[in-house]
Ligand binder design. Structure first.
Ligand code: OAD
Length: 256
């Protein structure tokens, strides 16, 4: 017991040093980061969204065409739960890590805004933003002052198209500008923190391998082993809200 606690402390200490000394740090986050804010993950066997709902019926363009009202209501409920949620100590710790790093890019697969509300800035939002909507025909963003989510059914754009959440659905491409920034960050980092993602969805799941192939140290924070653990130099077993605060450097590196 004592021995495993000592090993855990040693890994934590090594990870803290690597984070503090990183010249270019990348943090890749997934649904596990927001789990302790009460936002369900996707693939948890009991409580995950995809254990209760079929993604093809709700998170795809054909599903929206077939039943726009149904898809809208589901996202509206998810939006409401994001609005009611607060950043947890994991979000706040990542924001602090970013503010004390020489260079820290945060890549998030999450569509919530909890990282930004926790103080992080310039987050690369790979899978979009549930707080925003865009036209399903002309892609114009919702421009009215009142939230589109006040509507019980999808409101219409000036072009007549229906508004939809500004998230990336299955079968859709990522925004190439954002993806290129993520690739560049992963290829140039010396430390990558991989937090709360199962690594089941490409291409986001390719980023840790890319960073590792360029010599970066990979630190994984997750209660479970994942498909990404094979790239990890350190696995910090635990929840984001518990582990990330322990990785915050006490100050910016001297001389920077
Ligand atoms: P998943 O639901 O696939 O994986 C969540 C991960 O978080 C798992 O590895 C859990 O072990 C871990 N986890 C659970 N609780 C945690 C906690 N408190 N702290 C840290 N980790 C915890 O979610 P993602 O990997 O984010 O796509 O899923 C990737 C994409 O699949 C999502 O962005 C979404 C979904 O379909 C789109 O919306 C396009």
């Amino acid at each position: 017991m004592q021995r495993s606690a000592a090993i855990e402390t040693e890994s934590l200490q090594r990870a803290r040093d690597q984070v503090a000394q990183a010249r270019h740090l990348v943090c890749l986050t997934g649904a596990g980061l927001s789990a302790e804010s009460g936002i369900p993950t996707f693939r948890d066997a009991q409580k995950g969204l995809w254990s209760r709902f079929d993604p093809a019926e709700l998170a795809s363009e054909p599903a929206f065409r077939k039943a726009p009202g149904r898809v809208w209501s589901w996202y509206r409920e998810r939006y409401e739960s994001v609005r009611a949620a607060s950043p947890n100590p994991g979000h706040k710790a990542l924001a602090l890590i970013q503010s004390r790093a020489r260079d820290c890019r945060i890549v998030s697969q999450n569509v919530d805004d909890l990282l930004e509300r926790g103080g992080a800035s310039n987050v690369y939002r790979l899978h979009g933003d549930i707080t925003r909507c865009k036209c399903s025909e002309c892609a114009r963003p919702w421009a009215h002052p009142a939230s589109p989510w006040k509507h019980e059914a999808p409101p219409t754009c000036d072009c007549g198209g229906l508004m939809r959440p500004d998230v990336v659905w299955f079968g859709e491409f990522l925004d190439p500008a954002i993806w290129n920034r993520c690739l560049e960050a992963a290829a140039n980092c010396d430390v990558a923190l991989v937090v709360g993602t199962s690594g089941m969805v490409a291409p986001a799941s390719d980023l840790p391998e890319l960073a590792a192939s360029q010599g970066a140290a990979i630190i994984e924070v997750n209660p479970e082993r994942t498909g990404l653990s094979q790239w990890a130099d350190l696995w910090l077993q635990g929840s984001a809200a518990r582990v990330l605060p322990a990785l915050v450097p006490s100050a910016r590196p001297a001389g920077d």
